[in-house]
Design a binder for this molecule. Structure first.
Ligand code: PRX
Length: 665
């Protein structure tokens, strides 16, 4: 890395080197890394396979239990599996009290950095103090075990305090990503019947302030189940406080008692609900419980990232509002007593090298991000990276979408200085924890492959029809045995849970929803979703959700949304839109208006990149939109079978249109 220049000539040398490296099939774990790795003997795979329940039990024993479990797995009613059923545990206790008791209270849990350069170091003792107070404040508001608490906060330390305070008293949290619009927050509060919401006066983004509380007020007014709104004062943005409903975070903290012992909860007590996108417009409330989830996230965080809590500095660049943030900013790292970096801002604010500046400043050793972010950094150029000393980095990770080999190699060379192993980790909101990944001291990596299942996990690629394993080729990814961090159900929708994941191949085989390929060495290559879910920059969206937002625009009659391959974001949203009335074509202003409308209904990240006006949409005789055909024309592929269409002419008209558009550039 050091000899790589930042001049155009340097970029050319890099380009040539990357091209040459594309020929390399496998990267063995670096010797220096292997020598010091927590796991370096491949026998761990066979041992875990021989006694997978024993393997997970050993992982569970690393946690603190008020009462150790004696029953490991209750599989009497699949797919409703229950783990460590008679154990008593608390996630907040595991993330705080036990580290303080072990004499590590002074260890920094988070080096927090604000968008404008503010810094706050929060130790485990600091958070232990704040979490107890906020847990008491919640109790003072009448929140107790089993009540759902919504959290809609930016990347500020209070988000961790709020989550762990909920966990402490057994009130499952329902965190909504700060990039979602207030409408989406309302929907999620309504579905989960949340009793309280913790939010903020305003959120900062690239130097601007969004009036969050005001936006929340606009949509939440008549939601009767929501009794309290707790507001964190962060930016000083104007907000009205409604008597009897709204309270300031700092005021309730001041009034609350200092001590709040953690509740001794059943292992299967729900820790949180997290809404994610599925095939229909209604998001799915994925439910995770306590003992199994904590077992999954702490063990994977330790072994996949080779964490040495007393030496490492960990940084997961995700937002806490996605599952990656839940598992690998909060519960995994804090359960393991790690020191982390938390950054409020965007990767290009105040400048495009901010991530690397922070890696240098805090001495980050382990870095975890999404392929989209790596591709953005590639575009911005090596100069932003090379300005900083990244010599402390010893391992890199990726998550959220397939990584193209070139981005992998760039990450390896430019960020990792060719010495850091890369772990490409595959998992989902539903799996709770990493499922397919290399163990960095053992498994040779291949750029673009998540390699093999984590010990104890039974993942396979099967054929579509019968669900038989494919030896060397493409099929559907499935998980063939329960794992501790698995989702337990969809909130208040048991039937949808069974139907979505356990109806295709029976109640003991979890259907992932991804297509994958297995190569001759048994390595898994994730191809992408098989359902109507789009992955935009690692953000999961349902095409139906975006369609329903577009159709709610007053000038739109009908819409069909597809995910189109995109160089930057992996996939981008492309919408085919039919207007009301006679007009076939809309103006450029209308394009912007529809995009803005989607931004308000779902969130800015869901805005379509491309809108194609269409007179009609390709439908089957029963009226179902054939998205497969739309994907084909949008990507410029030859069309598949069109004979089942009600009106085959629709396709040729659309094709002409796209050609015209392309000719215009
Ligand atoms: O399609 C897979 C993709 O992201 C989906 C899960 O999305 P979500 O629940 O939002 O969780 C994302 C973060 C864990 C998967 O079904 N995906 C996730 N990780 C990878 C991936 N695709 C390829 N490679 C990965 N490493």
């Amino acid at each position: 890395m050091a000899d790589m220049e930042t001049t155009p000539a340097g970029e050319e040398t890099l380009e040539a080197k990357l091209e040459a490296m594309l020929e390399i099939e496998k990267f063995e774990p670096p010797e220096e890394f292997r020598e010091d790795a927590l796991l370096s003997d491949a026998s761990v795979y066979e041992e875990a396979e021989g006694d997978w329940k024993g393997w997970w039990t050993a992982q569970a024993k690393e946690l603190h239990w008020f009462k150790e479990p004696t029953e490991i797995l209750d599989d009497s009613n699949p797919p409703f599996y229950r783990w460590f059923t008679d154990g008593k545990i608390n996630a907040s206790y595991n993330c705080l009290d036990r580290h303080v008791q072990a004499g590590n209270g002074d260890r920094v849990a988070f080096h927090w950095r604000g968008e404008e350069g503010e810094e706050r170091d929060l130790t485990y003792a600091d958070l232990h103090r704040d979490v107890q107070r906020f847990a008491n404040a919640l109790k003072d508001l009448g929140i107790g075990k089993g009540d759902i608490v919504g959290i809609y906060l930016p990347m500020i330390p209070e988000v961790v305090v709020a989550m762990l305070a909920c966990a402490r008293i057994g009130a499952p949290h329902n965190v909504v990503f700060g990039g979602f619009a207030a409408d989406s927050v309302r929907e999620r509060m309504e579905f989960s019947e949340a009793k309280a919401l913790v939010t903020v006066d305003g959120a900062r983004r690239k130097g601007k302030t969004a009036p969050i509380k005001q936006q929340v007020d606009d949509v939440m007014g008549d939601l009767e189940t929501l009794e309290h709104i707790v507001v964190v004062q962060h930016t000083g943005a104007d907000c009205e406080m409604h008597d009897g409903r709204d309270v300031w975070f700092h005021e309730v903290m001041d009034k609350a008692d200092a001590e709040c012992p953690a509740e001794e909860l059943d292992a299967e007590h729900p820790l949180y609900v997290l809404y994610t996108s599925g095939s229909t417009a209604k998001p799915k409330g994925v439910v995770h419980t306590t003992g199994g989830y904590m077992t999954g996230v702490t063990s994977t965080h330790r072994y996949v990232f080779d964490l040495k809590p007393d030496r490492d500095v960990w940084w997961c660049s995700a937002d806490v509002g996605w599952v990656t943030g839940h598992s690998y900013i909060v519960y995994g790292p804090m359960g393991n007593g790690a020191t982390s970096v938390m950054y409020e801002g965007a990767p290009d604010y105040p400048h495009k090298g901010i991530w690397w500046e922070l890696c240098e400043r805090y001495g980050v050793t382990l870095f975890y991000t999404a392929p989209t972010a790596i591709r953005a950094c590639m575009k911005w150029g090596v100069g932003h990276v090379n300005k900083h000393d990244l010599s402390k980095l010893r391992l890199l990770g990726t998550v959220g979408e397939p990584i193209n080999p070139k981005a992998w190699l760039w990450y390896h060379m430019v960020v990792g200085g060719e010495r850091c192993p890369i772990v490409d980790t595959w998992w989902q909101t539903e799996t709770g924890a990493i499922m397919i990944t290399p163990l960095p001291g053992i498994v040779a990596t291949k750029p673009g492959s998540a390699t093999r299942p984590f010990p104890g996990v039974a993942a396979d690629v099967v054929d579509e029809r019968e669900g038989k394993p494919v030896a060397d080729g493409q099929g559907l990814l499935v998980l063939k045995r329960p794992w501790p961090a698995m989702l337990r159900t969809l909130y208040k929708e048991d039937e949808r849970f069974v139907e979505t994941y356990f109806s295709r191949f029976g109640k003991e085989t979890y259907l992932v929803g991804d297509a994958a390929r297995k190569d001759k060495d048994g390595y898994v290559w994730i191809i992408g979703r098989i359902d109507d879910v789009v992955n935009v920059s690692g953000h999961r969206l349902s095409t139906a959700e975006v369609e329903s937002a577009i159709v709610s625009h007053q000038l739109v009659a009908e819409a069909a949304v597809i995910g189109q391959s995109d160089e930057d974001s992996g996939q981008a949203i492309c919408a085919f839109v039919t207007l009301q009335g006679e007009a076939v074509e809309g103006s450029d202003e209308l394009v912007e208006d529809i995009r803005a409308h989607v931004g308000v209904r779902i969130g800015k990240f869901a805005r379509p990149k491309r809108i194609i006006w269409s007179d009609d949409l390709p439908k089957t005789r029963s009226g179902k939109i054939m998205r497969r055909l739309l994907r084909d024309i949008a990507d410029g592929r030859a069309l598949g079978d069109v004979t089942t269409l009600r009106d085959p002419d629709v396709m040729s008209q659309l094709e002409d249109k796209i050609k015209e558009e392309q000719a215009e550039g």
